[in-house]
Design a binder for this molecule. Structure first.
Ligand code: PHE
Length: 336
């Protein structure tokens, strides 16, 4: 066995062959291992001599295997494994901003260019800010529509209970409480709703809130500002359409649509055949809301607007399933 093993080892010329050799002689089912395992069945007087010889052979084979391994490595390394500086480099993995983050930045940039400051609020919000101060009292149907992730607060206080905010509108209240007009802010944030998910609904999503309050702000200011925003995000040819809509914290309330940038208004899949795409809710801040934060609603007026970030991103990039944003799939994310 020693003779044949050493002869074969001399023939082995790469890692694979070395390994096969090792398995054949030294492996769990190898020839030498079989002898060592069989020792117990030998008569006592033979056991000692055979055992000693077999162990000696095992040591020798392991030693030779190491020697042959080193020999082969030394033979190959100076030539074959020498660094080839002409090979193209290996590219590192580059990170990138999430498409929602990119869209938030584009939106806030568009408003920053018109003098709006970006502010952020908490994800966990008081019932008072998320609903009551926005003219959505307990029992109002708008609560039902957003019904919602409540927290087990130890003790609810004057601000009510706590919940994960269902909209970014509570930042209107927080800002107005903290400062005096003039106010011009945009506020991006994560929102949560009790929602069955499908291609256009997620239980978590992002909104951007817009708020401007000052003396003499009119509905025309709102239209002009939001029109300019739409052109910056969806292209300079955009037309906009305002229609009556209802939100408890604005009066009058409106929904803003842009003409479809894919079909130019003829009707296609993106605009569901209507030629128009709704992109946000808006309206003049309700006098009750202004009075609630201690503003004189005869002196100050303002407008507010709110839009869904994923929806804007889906429209701009032609994404057909909102669930992709939070799925963490690099095949999707690396396209942005
Ligand atoms: N917060 C409203 C929503 O989530 C959107 C909105 C914001 C409407 C501001 C009008 C003014 O649906």
């Amino acid at each position: 066995m020693r003779a044949s093993a050493l002869a074969e080892l001399g023939q082995a010329s790469d890692g694979g062959e070395l390994d096969a050799w090792r398995v054949k002689y030294l492996g769990r089912k190898g020839q030498l291992t079989a002898i060592l395992r069989g020792l117990s069945s030998l008569p006592v007087e033979e056991r000692r001599t055979v055992g000693a010889a077999a162990n000696q052979l095992r040591g020798a084979l392991e030693e030779q295997l190491q020697a042959r391994t080193d020999e082969l490595r030394n033979a190959s390394s100076p030539k074959a494994e020498r660094l080839d500086v002409t090979l193209p480099g290996r590219r590192g993995n580059r990170g990138g901003l999430h498409p929602v983050t990119q869209t938030i930045r584009d939106i806030t940039d568009a408003f920053a260019a018109m003098g709006f400051q970006t502010v952020e609020g908490p994800d966990v919000e008081w019932e008072q800010y998320n609903f009551d101060a926005l003219n959505i009292p307990p029992g109002h149907p708008a609560r039902d529509m957003q019904d919602t992730f409540w927290l087990d607060a130890p003790e609810s206080d004057a601000n009510g209970s706590m919940l994960l905010k269902t909209q970014t509108s509570p930042m209107q209240i927080r800002m107005m409480e903290k400062t005096e007009p003039p106010i011009r802010i945009v506020s991006p944030g994560r929102c949560f709703r009790h929602e069955a998910t499908d291609a256009t609904h997620e239980w978590q999503f992002f909104q951007v809130e817009v708020l401007a309050v000052d003396e003499g702000i009119s509905f025309a200011d709102m239209k002009g500002t939001l029109y300019e925003f739409a052109r910056r995000i969806f292209g300079p040819d955009r037309r906009v359409r305002f229609r009556v809509d209802f939100f408890p914290f604005v009066e009058p309330g409106a929904e803003m649509a842009i003409d479809c940038f894919r079909c130019g208004g003829d009707g296609c899949r993106t605009c569901s055949g209507s030629g128009w795409i709704e992109i946000m809710g808006a309206g003049m801040v309700h006098p009750k809301v202004l009075e609630g934060v201690g503003y004189d609603s005869e002196k100050y007026t303002g407008f507010a607007a709110g839009m869904g970030v994923e929806r804007i991103a889906m429209l701009r990039h032609g994404i057909d399933d909102v669930r992709l944003f939070a799925a963490g799939d690099l095949r999707f994310l690396s396209q942005f």
